[in-house]
Design a protein around this ligand. Structure first.
Ligand code: SF4
Ligand code: SF4
Length: 357
């Protein structure tokens, strides 16, 4: 694995005869030409090989109780170091993490060879977690499937060091990705955002609710400890009948003991015009789940999505040389050239397209 910033070959890529590559990390299954990035912006096709741009790039770090993820039934009272990078396969209109989750500006800077975001090796990340005396590492803030190369490497070292691993996900991921991660991930905290494909299509035009539910079930079948979360958004998914049906799905597919967390929406971004969720709706949804036979339903009036907006700067957590952390991240591999430009549209802007395929 590299010791300085470098593109890392994407897992689960499928090269095609014409030089396109299909990415099978998430259910977008993007088909990309040379110089194109996937929907998440974090993977780029360079001359017929797909690379992860964001390997080792850290957008946020925080230490806190596992209950804040929220996870209640795996090592209760333990603490986790939460870490995230940039890029997500969804575009939720009420996301509180936009700079991180959509990550467009940060990933564009990487693609231009102009980023000075923190770059941390997996070994350094695990050392950092041990230094802060946590029990586990949680991959969160954006969708970890688009960063799986790093997630797996950190998780292997974390397990070797006696730490557990948590994966906070929207579950729009492929069976192949789940099979890759299953040996290395102990806990999945997954959203069930809605039971309506219309809701999912609004944040990801190629998604269906059945795909998301099948991924959650698959993760449980693979032996990962699964807890689910529904963030109730006024007028979007606050219909009690729908919330009841989510509880029913959990009961029938994950079992009566599976934990369901019902969380509160706080206005943000394109949903700033909506009010925060009325606590009575959260209580009613939780009550409906219990009445149905779920034993572990938790209504949260203080937790929404797993946000990183209030976190301390990444460098404050790392005992690494400050200059080294903030060096400009240009891929060391020769194909990227001195300019470090990785994406076709930026090559075109810089007049470099003729000299590269
Ligand atoms: S991770 Fe998903 S969105 Fe990103 S390139 Fe792969 S298939 Fe596309
Ligand atoms: S809320 Fe979660 S799934 Fe949606 S865009 Fe933000 S990070 Fe991605």
């Amino acid at each position: 694995m590299p010791q300085t910033y470098q593109l890392v070959e994407s897992m689960l890529q499928q090269p095609l005869a014409n030089g396109d590559v299909v990415c099978n990390l998430c259910l977008w299954r993007c088909r990309l030409q040379h110089g194109q990035r996937g929907f998440c912006q974090a993977h780029v096709n360079r001359n017929g090989t797909l690379y992860n741009l964001s390997y080792g790039i850290i957008s946020a770090i925080e230490v806190g109780p596992i209950s804040h993820k929220p996870v209640y039934h795996y090592r209760p009272d333990s603490t986790v170091m939460s870490i995230g990078s940039y890029g997500c396969n969804f575009r939720c209109k009420g996301c509180h993490n936009l700079e991180i989750s959509w990550g467009v500006e940060a990933l564009d800077k990487l693609a231009r060879g102009q980023s000075s975001d923190a770059w941390v090796t997996p070994a350094q990340m695990v050392e950092t977690a041990l230094k802060h005396k946590v029990d586990g590492i949680a991959f969160t803030y954006s969708e970890p499937a688009v960063w799986l190369e790093y997630v797996v490497e950190v998780s292997k070292l974390a397990h070797d060091a006696g730490l557990f691993t948590v994966y906070v996900s929207n579950s729009f991921v492929t069976d192949e990705a789940l099979e890759v991660m299953a040996p290395h991930i102990d806990v999945l905290c997954s959203d069930i955002k809605s039971l309506s494909t219309e809701f999912y299509r609004d944040i990801c035009p190629v998604s269906t609710v059945d795909q998301v539910l099948a991924s959650i079930k698959k993760a449980a079948d693979l032996g990962i400890h699964v807890e689910t979360r529904t963030n109730v958004i006024p007028t979007k998914n606050d219909d009690l009948d729908e919330l009841h049906r989510i509880a029913e799905w959990i009961l029938n597919n994950l079992g009566a003991d599976s934990a369901w967390h019902v969380t509160k929406f706080f206005p943000a971004y394109k949903l700033s015009h909506l009010p925060a969720t009325d606590n009575a709706i959260i209580d009613a949804a939780a009550e409906a789940g219990r009445a149905l036979g779920l034993h572990n339903v938790y209504g949260h009036t203080d937790i929404s999505c797993d946000c990183a907006t209030e976190n301390m700067p990444v460098s404050s957590w790392l005992e690494l040389d400050a200059d080294a952390i903030n060096e400009v991240n240009q891929c060391a591999a020769p194909c990227c050239g001195d300019e470090g430009i990785l994406v076709k549209k930026f090559e075109r802007e810089a007049g470099l397209l003729e000299v590269r395929k």
